[in-house]
Design a protein around this ligand. Structure first.
Ligand code: UD1
Length: 430
């Protein structure tokens, strides 16, 4: 079983180039099967969830040509299956995007109910409500979503809750429906806008992405395109928190600073120096930092996917911070792990009360999910002594070469797959 072993205490410093956004790439890859022409996608992050999705695309008959690690050419003219299924695809949340993509193009889709990180109950009722409003018959049978339509017809859809997945999924299907669709109370996340831009580059007619209302005029067909994915807001935010927590000095490059504003604002509040450049943000973690409060909200609010990394950062500041998790109910699973390192956090319902401590001490901990896993790595790099993070498969789902990037900033970290290798690392480092 692979683990990260690290010796903490080094302030991380230097420049790091941020990869393409995983959550944008998942929507864009699924949408790429909606045309029979070639689609070239650049700035693809080389992470597990993306590779699983690419395998699934190949499995249903599309050709997937990996031009290099970050560029792929997809041609979906030979799709022979509207049923997507394998053990891996069941595990990733974004498998649900195949419903919107296949339903839009073939008016039929059969996709297992999605898995993904266990961060709370993750229903897809809003996705289904949208597909039904477009005229599809949607049933759930034997663990799979079955969606069929004679014709998809534009409709007026109100989302009862702001949902990234439902917004993107309905937008995809509606792109190839007859007539106009209006979706109200949509998600405004940067990756929603990126998927909309991608679909528009294929000939879709989507307006309003990035605002509360998206209007889509259905088109008959989509054509090929070449498209480059936006930088990953959450990967960038994770390195920004690493700078703060280790009292380091990191410049995240290849980012869109606007997407990072809620994170930058919180780091400024606790006393870090944050400098915004054209396509980079520099964070200098000051020795004394103070508490603040955060509340996760849909974009442009503070992202739930940054909550664990920011909480770990707050756990090393002076005073008491309050973190309210408003999106998912099960996102504090790192708290018990952090307690093993000296963290002092009390959870009451969806609120974490963090009493800042002077430092962490290294321990063996488990990554409970993707972002919590990354947060524990930050904790380990800020801690005194050795930390081992288990279950790093979660982290590899969403961070490209995490340990390599951290090493380039001065982190003493290694990926190992046995206790023997971990011992070797300790002997080497001393
Ligand atoms: C996406 C991201 C995930 C991020 C989340 C919120 C991907 C692959 N994943 O997840 O990393 O944490 O956005 O920014 O992009 N909900 C319903 N019914 C639905 C759909 C959602 O009640 O049909 C609820 C969810 O339980 C949650 C809230 O709406 O409380 C937001 O979820 P949503 O934005 O849909 O998250 P995902 O798309 O699953």
């Amino acid at each position: 079983m692979e683990q990260y072993i690290m010796k903490g205490g080094n302030p991380l410093a230097g420049e790091i180039t941020i990869s393409g956004a995983k959550n944008a790439a998942l929507g864009i890859l699924a949408a790429s099967i909606m045309t029979d022409e070639d689609v070239v996608i650049e700035n693809l992050p080389d992470v597990r969830d993306i590779n699983v999705l690419l395998e699934a695309i190949q499995e249903i008959g599309a050709s997937v040509n990996r031009i290099n690690r970050h560029t792929v050419k997809i041609n979906a003219s030979n799709i022979h299956e509207v049923s997507v299924d394998d053990d891996y695809i069941r595990k990733i949340r974004a498998s649900y995007y195949f419903i919107g993509a296949l339903l839009g193009k073939y008016k039929s889709a059969q996709v297992p109910l999605p898995g993904g990180c266990n961060i709370g109950s993750r229903p897809i009722d809003l996705h289904i409500k949208g597909f039904r409003a477009l005229g599809a018959k949607v049933d759930i049978e034997r663990g799979a979503v079955l969606a069929h339509a004679i014709d998809l017809v534009g409709s007026h859809i109100y989302l009862d809750k702001v949902s990234v997945g439902a917004t993107i999924n309905i937008m995809m299907a509606a792109s190839l429906a007859d007539g106009q669709t209006t979706i109200e109370n949509v998600a405004k996340e940067p990756h929603v806008v990126d998927v909309a831009n991608f679909l528009n580059s294929m000939g879709a007619n989507i307006k309003g992405a990035g605002t509360d209302i998206i209007r889509i005029k259905g088109v008959r067909r989509l054509h090929g395109t070449e498209y480059s994915i936006i930088p990953d807001q959450i990967e960038a935010g994770t390195f920004m928190c690493a700078a703060a927590a280790t009292r380091g000095d990191i410049t995240v490059k290849n980012v869109i600073p606007k997407h990072l504003e809620s994170i930058s604002a919180k780091l400024l509040e606790i006393g870090c120096e944050v400098v915004e450049l054209d396509d980079a943000v520099r964070v200098v973690g000051k020795p004394r930092q103070h508490h603040t409060n955060i509340n996760t909200l849909p974009y442009p609010g503070f992202p739930t996917d940054m909550q664990p990394q920011m909480a770990v950062t707050l756990a090393l500041t002076e005073g008491t911070s309050i973190v309210t998790e408003s999106i998912f109910e099960n996102r504090f699973k790192y708290v018990d792990e952090l307690a093993r390192m000296g963290g002092c956090i009390k959870v009451e319902g969806n609120v974490a009360i963090i009493s800042g401590v002077n430092g962490f001490t290294g321990a063996q901990v488990n990554a409970p999910d993707l972002r919590a896993g990354a947060a524990l790595v930050i904790a380990g790099l800020a801690a005194e002594g050795y930390t081992v993070v288990d279950e790093i498969g979660y982290i590899q789902r969403g961070y490209e070469h995490f340990e390599r990037k951290l090493r380039s900033l001065g982190a003493v970290i290694e990926k190992v797959d046995s206790d023997k290798e971990a011992q070797k690392f300790k002997l080497k480092i001393g």
